[in-house]
Design a protein around this ligand. Structure first.
Ligand SMILES: [Zn+2]
Length: 492
């Protein structure tokens, strides 16, 4: 009994420890933030196509503890907000989603609001940081673009080319806030293509940085130099979590862009671009890494620890290798044409296609390239040496329903090379885009054209057996994945 009591009081003590610093001494702060992230993650947002209306209740809550000011509105009248956290002398301005379909950092900012709102954890860390810093956030600068999940605003303008002409209310808001604060630091938060490589590492760029140039000569003054040093610091943290997957943008001066101009106007500006991570289609892991890296950057600014880092560290970060990746590459498969064999690599891209309302999407894939693709990498790859490419066949009978299809032993039909099925009432695309079957309406014909821009269903055959299916740009191993396929069919 005494033992149980002792155990209970020990447990009580453990639970009562007020801040994570106390029981994780020696653990770097970035690791502590990473480990405790889940308690700060804003759970009402968990996919990328959230809208301005999703932010409103979150900002209402933030208001209870921090000033939230309406500082402008979009062309269609959606409010632009500025949130201020901290009262320190160094002013840090962050703006996200200037491009409507680049929402990763907006999600991370909502998590940061929860982090600062909470008064029980990381108390000392936050207090010392906020004595030095005033953090200003403009989340979702382009809400009209977010509504349509598109880059541009409601009149089709790329706001990041409007820093000089300032024709759009969203651009004017950003410029006004920057000028009125005369911010010391600026974070320009974007998403980039998931097809960029990190140099020639063979890894894709999950996160890319840039300390934008402020003139065509790409000179380095103190303002820009500080941004470079802070990037060196952030890179060191991120390397712990996504080694080799951090890159940087080329620093050609773009006279119309905000990053370049804000650097020119005297604010040390850091561009952060969220790319892609395999297995993270909604970028929730990247959102978490944003949370960690922004907080460690704030700490670096507050303590000035970035200042001791060498500028040369910036040049050690590899450049983005644009267009280095595909979603799927089938390597060295045999393509037969007029009885002759040709060895080819085939690369597919899986394109996100929005449903009406832009709340969700399905994949519509296509062949992007054919030939010697050994200089490209795939998010998924298959060594298909010795395998022959066989286009999928159309099942000869038109079926009445999905139910009838499921009664046919679909896996057995796949193994016989049937990939296309005519069904009177085809199932919704949302459930079929990653299946190895294509369901056709009455008038549709199977796509068996192996060419760039086409989306054929293919099998890979060896020794008279079909081993793999490639359908809508997704690879299925007919031996290993059969149970998964049957499971997915259940959902139809
Ligand atoms: Zn962007």
């Amino acid at each position: 009994m005494y033992f149980v009591k002792l155990l209970a009081s020990l447990l009580f003590l453990l639970l009562m420890v007020p801040s994570s610093e106390s029981f994780t001494q020696g653990t770097p702060i970035h690791q502590q933030l990473f480990d405790s992230y889940d308690q700060f993650k804003e759970s009402s947002i968990n996919h990328r196509r959230f809208k301005h209306t999703s932010l409103i209740p979150l900002l209402e809550r933030v208001k209870h503890r921090f000033p939230v000011k309406k500082v402008g509105q979009s062309i269609e009248g959606r409010s632009l907000f500025l949130v201020k956290i901290g009262n320190g002398p160094k002013k840090v301005l962050l703006w996200s989603q200037m491009h409507g379909d680049e929402p990763t950092a907006t999600m991370a900012i909502m998590d940061l609001f929860n982090f600062f709102y909470d008064q029980k954890t990381f108390v000392a860390f936050k207090e010392s940081m906020l004595e030095e810093l005033s953090l200003y956030f403009i989340p979702m600068l382009n809400p009209d673009g977010a509504e349509r999940y598109q880059r541009r605003n409601a009149i089709g303008v790329d706001l990041n080319r409007d820093a000089l002409r300032l024709q759009n209310p969203e651009s004017r808001t950003l410029k006004n806030i920057r000028d009125s604060l005369d911010a010391d630091w600026g974070f320009n938060l974007h998403d980039q293509s998931k097809y960029y490589g990190a140099g020639n590492s063979g890894k894709n760029a999950a996160i890319s940085f840039l300390a934008p140039a402020y003139n065509p000569e790409k000179d380095i003054n103190t303002v820009r130099g500080n941004a470079m040093k802070l990037i060196v610091d952030m890179n060191a943290v991120l390397q712990q979590y996504i080694p080799g997957q951090i890159a940087r943008y080329s620093d050609e001066f773009e006279p119309r862009a905000f990053g370049d101009n804000i650097q020119k106007w005297g604010t040390s500006t850091i561009l952060i671009e969220s790319g892609g991570l395999a297995g993270d289609p909604e970028k929730q892991e990247l959102r978490k890494l944003h949370f960690v890296t922004l907080l460690t950057a704030f700490q670096s600014i507050a303590t000035k620890s970035y200042d001791a880092l060498p500028l040369a560290g910036y040049d050690d970060i590899p450049f983005n290798d644009y267009d280095a990746f595909h979603d799927l590459i089938i390597r060295e498969a045999t393509l037969m044409k007029n009885g002759k064999p040709y060895i080819v690599d085939i690369a597919f891209r899986q394109y996100e296609t929005d449903f009406v309302g832009h709340n969700d999407f399905f994949f519509r894939s296509a062949i992007r390239d054919i030939g010697d693709l050994h200089t490209f990498s795939g998010h998924a790859e298959l060594d298909a040496e010795g395998f022959q490419i066989i286009p999928a066949k159309l099942y000869p009978k038109t079926l009445a329903s999905v139910r009838q299809f499921k009664g046919l032993d679909p896996i057995a039909l796949l193994r016989q090379g049937y990939g296309y099925f005519k069904i009177k009432k085809t199932p919704t695309t949302a459930l079929t885009d990653q299946l190895p079957f294509r369901f056709l309406g009455k008038e549709e014909q199977p796509n068996i054209s192996i060419a760039p821009g086409q989306n054929p269903s293919l099998f890979l055959e060896k020794d008279g057996t079909l081993h793999y299916a490639i359908v809508n740009g997704f690879l299925h191993d007919l031996n290993k994945d059969a149970a998964t396929i049957v499971g997915d069919l259940e959902k139809l």
